[in-house]
Design a binder for this molecule. Structure first.
Ligand code: SF4
Ligand code: SF4
Length: 292
């Protein structure tokens, strides 16, 4: 079983469109949407949820008003200004859950144990079925953190399904950027595909992503989307990648069929048999080859 993770330096490079087409092209696979901060693979693959579970990324403080003696200690120590006073008649604080970072300091200083500190529900994760096989995905609540932990849950569950069902591939829609969620998306993968566009910022993003995958010693390839919008920069990016030992798995031309496929909630290779579809099929063949 091989795990392929598709990432990009930023959102909107065509990463999810490529993953959706891989989903249609690959045999015996499980899909994992690890872009939990902006999950959108489900918009194309239309999953039917079979199992759901709450996700807790940490704890939150909550004042037990009946126990509070209004000493003000908790407000003094909270570095995140989470306390506010809803009732002008007394000095009993409340915790704003959006500001609370779950550090637990207020719980320690409260002289009368008037602050509870329980697991907060920050989102949900799901195991679903799609017309292209099983899919694990998640939803993180607004302004909620610890998405790296949720990414790890999604990947682990996908691996468990792949092992149980004896599947050949885990195809992961990874998080964009170079932060904690993307590290959680790629660590231990068999191959990372960095999708980029032919722009100077695309080149910059690619090099940052390449540094990250090199640090974790993960085999990496690139794919330039909409390469024909700027062939010179596309060439420049491929040369820069080559100098770092990164091969390309092909180029994908600009085609409005990509957007139309999204609107029709289907993958590009199912939407059209045109040249852009052939580009993507070639990228998939080269990806299999790169996996060895
Ligand atoms: S747990 Fe930390 S961040 Fe949250 S209210 Fe208490 S001191 Fe503030
Ligand atoms: S530290 Fe405890 S007792 Fe003091 S104001 Fe805060 S919750 Fe109330």
């Amino acid at each position: 079983m091989k795990e392929i993770v598709v990432i990009s330096g930023k959102g909107g490079t065509g990463k999810t469109s490529l993953v959706a087409s891989f989903a249609a092209l690959a045999e015996k696979k499980v899909l994992a949407d690890c872009d939990v901060d902006a999950a959108d693979l489900h918009l194309v693959l239309n999953p039917k949820i079979n199992y759901r579970e709450d996700f807790s990324g940490g704890k939150k403080a909550k004042i037990i008003t009946e126990e509070c003696i209004e000493c003000g200690e908790c407000e003094e120590v909270c570095r995140f200004d989470s306390m506010y006073y809803p009732d002008p008649e007394n000095e009993i604080p409340c915790v704003n859950p959006i500001f609370c970072e779950g550090c637990g300091v207020c719980v320690r200083v409260c002289p009368v144990e008037a602050i509870s500190f329980d697991d907060a529900v920050n989102g949900e994760w799901y195991v679903s079925s799609t017309s292209h096989g099983p899919m694990v995905h998640a939803r993180l609540g607004m302004a909620e953190g610890n998405s790296g932990k949720l990414v790890t849950i999604v990947r682990n569950k996908a691996r468990e399904i792949a092992e149980k069902e004896n599947l050949d591939y885990i195809i992961v829609d990874g998080s964009p950027g170079i932060g904690c969620p993307v590290i959680a998306s790629i660590a231990g993968a068999d191959l990372v595909i960095v999708v980029t566009e032919p722009t100077l910022s695309g080149q910059h993003d690619l090099l940052r992503a390449a540094e990250l995958t090199a640090h974790f010693r993960i085999p990496t390839v690139i794919c330039i989307n909409k390469w024909d919008l700027n062939p010179d920069i596309a060439e420049q990016i491929e040369t820069a990648a080559k100098e770092r030992g990164i091969k390309d798995v092909g180029r994908i031309r600009y085609d409005t069929a990509i957007t139309k496929a999204q609107i029709m909630k289907t993958s590009v290779v199912e939407y059209t048999g045109g040249a852009v579809s052939e580009d993507i099929k070639q990228v998939w063949r080269n990806t299999i080859y790169a996996l060895g």
